[in-house]
Each structure stands twice: as structure tokens, then as C-alpha cells.
Design a protein around this ligand. Structure first.
Ligand SMILES: Cc1cc2nc3c(=O)[nH]c(=O)nc-3n(C[C@H](O)[C@H](O)[C@H](O)COP(=O)(O)OP(=O)(O)OC[C@H]3O[C@@H](n4cnc5c(N)ncnc54)[C@H](O)[C@@H]3O)c2cc1C
Length: 385
């Protein structure tokens, strides 16, 4: 292993990969990525539902999406590799007037940032999914530029380009501690020895809270299990269809190849690193799904293709980005709360700016800095699936 690198990044998921690419693209190639597993891109990035959307309640998240989705559109030319962006849209079905009011308000804000979003009546929304139940719906919002992508293609595309430019990746290397001298991280300790550094980035995804603890930093990022269930090929819902969310229950589904991909967050489950599929939860999910989409009665489950992974969640469902005020050469890049794939391009850009320019300037990330938790200045993202 290298004895020293200008920047050490802990974690080779989509976020660590994006940070490495954005540093290298600006000429900073003395970068070492540490990955605890034998294979890069094997954490949350390998287990996501791959959705990308502009439809958030917070202006900061709308801006992160605007930038990131534009980059994903041009990924092959700009980075190389394949983002496989399919802009089939996101459709939010809403069944109560208070939520409808909030969504209408969000749509006005999203449009101010140049996002295309449409407001639909229940009848207009019904055209996407055969036999969808609309009698209790108030309305729907549709973002035609939302959709889904290939998270593995994005992460490996960033990593390949970064490594071509000179970035090093060290697999099976666990960051186990930090040497801190004079209020700065001087080295990262690992199972393979110590590596000196000028800057360190915590991009450890669901493990970021634990990694921060090693530096004495209290980072409120916790892992929560999320399940994805797949049907066998299901031509009764012909694609392309938008990623459709029944906002009242939280049930969502989209087409994945010929099959349907379905999810529903179990929000009362305690934090854990458990990634076995929750089969008990399937009954609750199906009840919600069948209520809104009775056509799913005809679908068969593809048990072998279901999976579970970890959301890395913060108290306000927003990421933690930027230098730490008490440890200025330690930079957070985690806590994406279910949005890390779609926000990876913007996150890599601003973290590279924090490192190379002293401060992010393409976006104002003050709302996302760790200091918000001490100040109690939280602007929670409400549109979380
Ligand atoms: C079921 C599910 C559905 C999702 N759906 C979406 C979606 O539709 N859209 C979206 O944008 N996002 C979605 N997400 C969230 C998204 O997957 C994550 O936000 C994103 O992958 C986070 O990337 P990351 O690089 O921070 O974390 P990871 O991909 O987990 O990478 C972190 C890496 O750090 C390594 N690491 C940890 N600790 C150490 C250590 N001490 N030393 C060395 N290496 C270490 C890990 O092994 C891992 O490889 C979903 C997540 C799940 C689980």
C-alpha cells in the first residue's frame, strides 16, 4: 500500500468514486481510495432501486438533482462508461388534500429551478398503469425528466476514469483509525498499515457514522434496511411506465426489464446492518400495492431476485457534506438517505471543491454541513420514499 497520499477516500461506492473522479479531473491524482471489501461498489450502491428524480421538497435537493441528472445524461461523453439513464418519469399519486397542497407548493418551487413537472387529475394519471385505483385520489405530479439509471455503471465509470488518471484503489483495506496531531488528521490507520495524508474523505455510506467515530466526530448517519421485491416478467403492465409512488402508503414500483420492481420502506424498523430480505414485510407491501394497483394480483414473485440493502439516514434525510469545523482536513460525504445515486455527480463536484478550493462554490452547501445538527437548523427533506 502507498505510504502516503494527498487525499485518502474511505469507501469505494458511488460517492467515493465520484469524489475521486472529480479530484482527478481537476488534476489532483495523488488520491488513494480504501475499500474494506474484496470488491468495489459492493455496498449500498449495488443494492439501490436506481431511481433519479427532481421532485424534492427542499430547493437544495432540487438543485443537486438538476445538476446531477444533466451530468448522467452526458455521462458516456464526459466520464466514459454507461449511466444507462432512462427518463421514463416519476409519478406521485396523492390521496389527501393536505399532501396535495404540499406537492403543489413543491411543484411551484421545482419549476422556479427550471424543472419540468406536471400536475395531473386522477383520470390523467390513470393512463400510465392499467386498472390503477383512482376513486380516492386527489391528484398526481409527474416529472417527465425523472427516471432510473445504472448505479453500478456510474460508480465503475467514475472509478475507471479516476484510475486511468492515476488514482489508486486499495481493496480489502479497512480504515480502523485516524492519527490526529495538532487538530489535523495526519494518517489513516488500516489493517494493512498506516497511510499519511493531507486530507481524508469519509465516503463510507451506511458505515460513515462508525468511521467518523474513529476520528472522534459525532456524525448522525445510521444504517436502515430497505427491501426490494421483484416479480417474474409481467407484460400486463407494458413498459415504459414511470416510477410510480402511491404517496399515501409509500408503495412504489417501476418496470425493470420485463418485470416489476417494488418497494415500501419499513420506517419503524430499528437501525441495523441486516441485509437479509424481510419476507414478513412482503405481506404488508403487497396489501398496499394491491390496493392501488389491483393488476398486481396477476403477478408472480421472483423470490431469487429480491434483495435488501441499507439506506444511510440522517435526522433530516439530507446528506452531510463538507469539511468539519474542528477537524478541517476531514471531509464528510455521506448520509444521502436514499438519494445517493442520483446526487453522486453533484456530491463529487462540491467535495472536490472543498478539498481543492477550500470551500464548495458551485452550490451553497451550508444547509448540508455537519454544523446544522449543533445549531438545530434542520431543513428536513419531506419527499423521502
Ligand atoms: C433498497 C435501496 C434502494 C435505494 N434506492 C435509491 C434510489 O432509487 N435512488 C438513489 O439515488 N439512491 C437510492 N438508494 C440509496 C443509494 O444506494 C445510496 O445513497 C448510495 O449508494 C450511497 O453510496 P455510498 O458510496 O455513500 O455508499 P456505499 O455504496 O455503501 O459505499 C460505501 C463503501 O465504503 C466501504 N467502507 C465502509 N467502511 C469502511 C472502512 N472502515 N474502510 C474501508 N471501506 C469502508 C463499504 O464497504 C462500501 O463499499 C437506495 C438504497 C437502497 C438500500
Amino acid at each position: 500500500m502507498l505510504a502516503r497520499a494527498q487525499v485518502v477516500i474511505v469507501g469505494a461506492g458511488v460517492i467515493g468514486a465520484s469524489v475521486a473522479y472529480h479530484l482527478a479531473d481537476r488534476g489532483c491524482t495523488d488520491v488513494l481510495i480504501l475499500e474494506k471489501e474484496a470488491t468495489e461498489v459492493s455496498g449500498s450502491t449495488a443494492r439501490s432501486a436506481a431511481g433519479v428524480r427532481h421532485q424534492f421538497s427542499s430547493p437544495t435537493n432540487v438543485q443537486l438533482s438538476r445538476y446531477s441528472i444533466e451530468r448522467l445524461k452526458h455521462f458516456s461523453e464526459e466520464v466514459g462508461g454507461h449511466a444507462e439513464l432512462y427518463q421514463v418519469g416519476y409519478l406521485f399519486l396523492i390521496n389527501d388534500p393536505t399532501t396535495w397542497e404540499q406537492y403543489r407548493h413543491n411543484v411551484a418551487m421545482q419549476r422556479e429551478y427550471g424543472v419540468r413537472v406536471e400536475l395531473f387529475t386522477p383520470d390523467e394519471a390513470a393512463r400510465f398503469i392499467p386498472r390503477v385505483r383512482t376513486d380516492d385520489l386527489v391528484g398526481a405530479t409527474f416529472g417527465p425528466d425523472d427516471g432510473y439509471c445504472d448505479p453500478h455503471g456510474i460508480a465503475t465509470g467514475y472509478l475507471r476514469r479516476a484510475r486511468d488518471l492515476g488514482v489508486a484503489l486499495q481493496r480489502e483495506t479497512v480504515a480502523t483509525g485516524f492519527e490526529i496531531t495538532g487538530g489535523r488528521v495526519t494518517a489513516v490507520q488500516t489493517n494493512a498499515g498506516s497511510v499519511g495524508c493531507d486530507m481524508v474523505v469519509n465516503a463510507a455510506g451506511p458505515w460513515a457514522g462508525q468511521v467518523a467515530q474513529l476520528a472522534g466526530v459525532n456524525l448522525p448517519v445510521l444504517p436502515y434496511r430497505r427491501n426490494v421485491y421483484m416479480t417474474a416478467p409481467f407484460p400486463q403492465i407494458p413498459g415504459p411506465t414511470p416510477l410510480t409512488v402511491d404517496v399515501g402508503s409509500g408503495f412504489y414500483m417501476r418496470k425493470e426489464g420485463a418485470s416489476m420492481l417494488m418497494g415500501l420502506s419499513r420506517k419503524d424498523e430499528p437501525s441495523s446492518f441486516n441485509t437479509t430480505v424481510d419476507w414478513e414485510w412482503l405481506d404488508i407491501l403487497l396489501e398496499a400495492g394491491l390496493y392501488r394497483f389491483p393488476i398486481l394480483e396477476e403477478a408472480a414473485l421472483a423470490e431469487q431476485q429480491c434483495w435488501a440493502g441499507l439506506y444511510e439516514i440522517t435526522p433530516d434525510a439530507n446528506p452531510v457534506l463538507g469539511r468539519h469545523p474542528d477537524l478541517p482536513n476531514y471531509v464528510d460525504a455521506s448520509g444521502f438517505s436514499g438519494h445517493g445515486i442520483m446526487h453522486a455527480p453533484a456530491a463529487g463536484l462540491v467535495v472536490a471543491e472543498e478539498i481543492l478550493d477550500g470551500r464548495a462554490h458551485s452550490f451553497d452547501i451550508d444547509e448540508l454541513r455537519i454544523t446544522r445538527f449543533q445549531k438545530g437548523a434542520l431543513h428536513a427533506e419531506r419527499n423521502v420514499i
